[in-house]
Design a protein around this ligand. Structure first.
Ligand code: NAD
Length: 479
């Protein structure tokens, strides 16, 4: 049984969760401890006690630890990638890529620990100096979703520790394996007891505890809008700092002048890879009249060639959906889209077993054409391999359709027109904009986040992460 890490000790939980392989539901990956509220409390107590000393640790100490964690993650990329693909269902190359990203993130924030920066300015008053510095904020609660089981924990844990905070980390119930492996690496990296705590357990129990405990100075959350709203309400009620990264309904515009191959590759990649389970997935394709039919025909051809199979098998393009409940949601949305007048142009078939006869949560990627902006398929996040197509008259119409959404995470455009690409970068209402690239797939050293209903609070990743994980102090000195 895989245990929780609280105050430097591995503790059994009060119940157990079974981690099942979605590519082969007969395969039990392991049993993971589930903490109760009292254990979450113990972790918060440990992190609170560890904070004063850790917040004053030297940049060199923090660099050495984070750098060592990054080195070990990168060295074990094949093994950790295999575990990730086994528990989440993304393909092995995608899973290894995610592990590499996690390793690189630890290396990046190791460097940031050495570069805290700060300003020294003359005061407006004679003989007075002003210093502006950043300090750690305290105990941070980190709550993560299931779709990036190691990269999202890494992009919260690494900056939190780099800038001197202590951590209580609650991973998603569905994918505790990668989180546990990361915690195990951190447990041997030289952190003082209580600086980093892993508390696996239910959101309604462990997660809620983090939201309401006054000793938790800040909460960084990635997940659904519904849970994000609970995080926001709880944190506002006690004036805690919080940051939310939530859903998307990301548009990708394809203009008449697009390179057809580039557009199709970007749309198939960002719509269906990782089984469409990426917050930055292009789930709405907005295609202008002149290229519409050619584009759909090419998409269908490309989709027919995709191999849907066990996530860890060589040659698999698309692995299974993560679990039965998400699969049910994907299938339901395909039905809703058809009932509202959309046409299922390709895919959307449930496959009970893979090529080797193993039972899993397989679904062929679905393309739904002839949809209109007000349909639910174009307004609500599905979070699966389900992509809808809306026709547009021209660029201006396409831009208006792209921005007509309550979300604003990522947006893309496929075009050879510098004029339209430049205009789109400025006028898209999304936090991240891609030209001739998939909307999913981002760098680790630059800000990540969105606008409108997709995000709240400062950006994650890159140097901008300091905005959330530190607080600014202005000091005045009369010489
Ligand atoms: P979720 O909201 O169900 O769960 C996210 C986390 O919150 C889990 O750890 C869960 O246990 C916890 N939680 C649940 N109820 C809670 C409560 N009452 N209090 C505190 N914590 C609670 O989301 P999910 O299904 O795991 O993930 C899918 C969602 O995540 C999608 O909407 C997707 O778009 C989003 N996502 C967003 C980003 C981004 O950066 N914008 C990245 C990845 C995923």
């Amino acid at each position: 049984m895989y245990k929780n890490l609280i105050n430097g000790e591995w503790l059994e939980g009060h119940s157990v969760s079974r981690n099942i392989n979605p590519s082969d539901t007969r395969d039990l990956i392991g049993e993971y401890a589930q903490a109760d509220a009292a254990q979450a409390d113990l972790a918060i107590t440990a992190a609170t006690a560890a904070f004063p000393a850790w917040s004053l640790s030297t940049p060199q100490q923090r660099f050495d630890i984070l750098d060592a964690v990054g080195t070990e993650i990168l060295a074990r990329r094949a093994e950790l990638g295999d575990l990730l693909a086994r528990e989440e269902g993304k393909t092995l190359p995608e899973a290894i890529g995610e592990v590499v990203r996690a390793g690189n993130i630890f290396k990046f924030f190791a460097g940031e620990a050495l570069r805290p920066g700060g300003e020294s300015l003359p005061s407006v008053r004679p003989g007075v100096g002003v210093e502006v510095t950043r300090e750690a904020i305290g105990v941070v609660g980190l709550i993560t979703p299931w779709n990036f089981p190691i990269a999202i924990p890494a992009w919260k844990i690494a900056p939190a520790l780099a800038w001197g905070n202590t951590v209580v980390f609650k991973p998603a119930d569905l994918v505790p394996g990668s989180a546990w492996a990361l915690a195990e690496i951190l447990s041997r990296a030289g952190l003082p007891a209580g600086v980093f705590n892993l508390v696996m357990g239910r959101g309604s129990v462990v997660g809620e505890r983090l939201l309401h405990d006054p000793r938790v100075a800040a909460v960084s959350f990635t997940g659904s809008v519904a849970t994000g709203q609970k995080v926001a309400a709880a944190c506002v009620s006690r004036m805690a700092k919080f940051q939310l990264e939530m859903g998307g309904k990301n548009p990708m515009i394809v203009l008449d002048d697009a390179d057809l191959g580039v557009a199709v590759n970007a749309a198939v990649n960002s719509g269906f890879f990782s089984t469409g389970q990426r917050c930055t997935a292009s789930s709405r394709l907005i295609v202008t009249d002149g290229i519409h039919d050619r584009f759909i025909a090419a998409m269908v051809e490309k989709m027919k060639a995709l191999k849907i199979d066990d996530a860890r098998k060589a040659g698999t393009d698309i692995g299974p959906v993560v679990d039965a409940s998400q699969l049910g949601q994907d299938v339901d949305y395909i039905g809703i889209a058809k009932a509202e007048g959309g046409t299922l142009a390709q895919g959307g078939e449930r496959i009970e077993t893979n090529a080797d006869g193993a039972p899993g949560f397989y679904l062929t990627p679905a393309l739904i054409t002839g949809t209109t902006p007000e349909m639910r398929i174009n307004r609500e996040e599905v979070f699966g391999p389900v992509v809808s197509v809306i026709r547009a008259r021209d660029y201006e119409h396409a831009l208006a359709l792209a921005n007509d959404t309550p979300f604003g995470l990522a947006a893309g455009i496929a075009t050879t027109s510098l004029k339209h690409a430049t205009h789109f970068k400025r006028h898209s209402q999304a936090g991240m904009v891609m030209v001739n690239l998939p909307t999913a797939g981002v760098d680790y050293h630059v800000p990540f986040g969105g606008r409108k209903g997709s995000s709240y609070g400062p950006r994650e990743q890159g140097r901008h992460a300091a905005e959330f994980y530190t607080t600014v102090k202005t000091a005045y000195t009369q010489a």
